[in-house]
Design a protein around this ligand. Structure first.
Ligand SMILES: [Zn+2]
Length: 274
């Protein structure tokens, strides 16, 4: 009898464990599906977020549900004396959720916390030279994305990203693109894709575009994607994401293939928001 009960309990745990993603999704749907932003929050976004201004009503509703989900599920921490208010969290959440507008919950599965500094901050960095000598120094940073699920952002630069919506720079897009990349468990510039054919296509188009940017930067030729993208594949994906959202027409003209790849991955075409 006891053995039978034990087996039944174990079976129940296995079923719950196996079905947990779908159970959790149903719970979230129930909790957040009908919740939209209040009028004050919408006014803040209309004032501070150019993409939100251009969205259709259906896109705004989808984004708002994502934002409500994000604000409830992720933790925000003010650093270096920065006292956080709801508007700050709202703007970061809104920018982050644009990237995953057409993706299902859970959004940014690995992200646990967002640390906000008032402006650019110092971070300790360790480097090792060719002889193996390790040195420690401080570098100035605007943001970071850690594979463990922590993002660090300079609030000043978050605001600048929204104030200048067509300059190709948006700190939140950049750092959250790193998080999408890191969902694979590595930071390689290739995010999670759905099929081996998609990986093959990504490898072909992405490598070509990365090599082209490195060459354009090296030979001082015109390039739409910021030269920081030539640093490595991971930075290329993050910078490319910023360019895709902020300079879509220019990017499509510069490299139609990489543009199409990003439209397929992000599942939206940002030209309509410009
Ligand atoms: Zn980066």
């Amino acid at each position: 009898m006891i053995n039978g009960l034990l087996i039944l309990t174990l079976l129940a745990f296995v079923v719950i464990y196996w079905r947990w993603p779908s159970i959790q999704n149903q719970l979230w749907q129930k909790k957040y599906q009908a919740t939209l932003l209040n009028e004050n929050q919408k006014t803040i976004l209309l004032r501070s977020m150019p993409i939100y201004q251009k969205m259709t009503d259906a896109e705004r509703q989808k984004l708002e549900r994502h934002i409500v989900w994000f604000l409830n599920e992720k933790c925000f921490v003010g650093c270096d004396g920065l006292v956080l208010n709801d508007a700050m969290k709202l703007i970061v959440a809104a920018d982050a959720c644009v990237l995953v507008l057409n993706k299902p919950w859970p959004l940014y599965q690995n992200v646990k916390e967002i640390l906000l500094y008032p402006s650019a901050y110092y971070a300790a960095q360790t480097s090792r030279d060719g002889a193996g000598l390790v040195s420690y120094h401080n570098t100035v940073r605007q943001g970071e994305s850690w594979p463990g699920g922590t993002l660090v952002l300079s609030w000043h630069d978050v605001l600048e990203g929204n104030r200048l919506p067509s300059d190709g720079h948006n700190l939140v897009f950049h750092e959250f693109a790193h998080q999408l990349d890191q969902e694979t468990g590595k930071t390689t510039g290739t995010p999670l894709l759905t099929s081996s054919a998609d990986y093959k296509e990504w490898g072909r188009v992405f490598s070509h575009a990365f090599t082209q940017l490195k060459s354009h930067v090296a030979y001082n030729m015109p390039h739409v994607i910021h030269s920081y993208g030539a640093t490595n594949e991971a930075e290329f994906f993050a910078v490319l994401t910023e360019t895709f959202l902020e300079k879509p027409s220019e990017l499509r003209q510069y490299d139609p293939q990489i543009y199409r790849l990003l439209v397929n991955y992000y599942q939206f075409d940002p030209i309509k928001w410009h």
